[in-house]
Design a protein around this ligand. Sequence first.
Ligand SMILES: C[S@@+](CC[C@H](N)C(=O)[O-])C[C@H]1O[C@@H](n2cnc3c(N)ncnc32)[C@H](O)[C@@H]1O
Length: 272
Amino acid sequence: MMMDANLVASLLRCVPCGGEEFTVERNTFHCGGCGRTHAPEAGGYTDMLEAGGKSRPRPPTVAQQLMESEVFVSLYEHVMRPIFVRIFAGPDAGVPRPEGEYAIYERWLDVPARGGPWLDLSCGAGFYTQSLVRSAKGQHVVGIDLSDAMLEKAAKQLAGMRNVALLRGDARALPFREGTFSGVLNAGSLHLYADPDAAYREIFRLLQPGGTYVASTFAESPRPLGHLGVRMTGIRRTDLPGLPAALSRAGFVDYEEQRFGDAFIFKVRRPE
Ligand SMILES: C[S@@+](CC[C@H](N)C(=O)[O-])C[C@H]1O[C@@H](n2cnc3c(N)ncnc32)[C@H](O)[C@@H]1O
C-alpha cells in the first residue's frame, strides 16, 4: 500500500454488508459490520472483492481471459493495446498516443485544479494511474481492477510512488462510500463490462456532487472486421446514439464526446 491505509479505510464501503466502519491492522482492513478482512496480496494490491483465499471463476469472455493472462498483460501496454485500438477504432482513426489521450482525460477531469481523490476504474496495468498520480500532485489516487495479473503489473509500475493505492474490485459493485471521488477515469474498459448500466450507476453513486466521469471505449460499427472482433473476443461495442440517455438514466448531466473513428471519449458530470 503506497497510500496511508487509514486514509484508504476512510473511503471504503463493504460491498456485501454496506458497512462503512473499517479498522486497520498491519494494512489489513476489517469490516466492523460483517467482520470480513481484506489483507494485502503479495502482488502489491488489496482484494476487496473476495475476503480471504482465492476462488476465481473462469472469466466469461475471451477478452477478459486475456486480461487475466500474465503473458498478455506483460505485452499489454506496448503491443496489445495499440493493436486492439487499431482493430476496434479503425485504421485511420487518428487515436492519439497514450500521452495525448491522457492530456484529454486530464483536461476534462480538471486535474489537479479540482482536488482529489481520483479513481482510475479498471486501471489495468496502471499506465493512466501513473499519469494521474503525476498530474494530481500529491492528491490521492486509487486504482481498481478485476484482474490480479493487471494489478500485479500496475503495482510494479507504481512502485515507489506515493499517495496511490491499488484494490481489486468489480465495476458493478464498487467498495467505496457515496460521494467519495471528485473524478473517475474509466479508460478503455467499458467494452469488457457485462453490465455497463450497473457501472454507470455505481460511478454516479461514488462521485462527489459536481464530480466528473470520463471514459473511452468503442462505438458500434458496420465494419466487417468490427463484427468479427466482437464475435471472437466478447468485446461489446457501445450504442453511441443511445449513450447520453443511458448516462442520464443513471443521473448524469452535461454529456460531451470526442470521436476518433470508432473510438470515442466522453465526459459527464454528477449534478451539484
Ligand atoms: C483494456 S484494459 C484497460 C486498462 C487501462 N484502463 C488502460 O486504458 O490501459 C480493461 C481493464 O478492464 C478490467 N475489467 C474488466 N471487467 C471489469 C469489471 N467488471 N470491473 C473492473 N474492471 C474490469 C480488465 O481486467 C482490464 O484490466
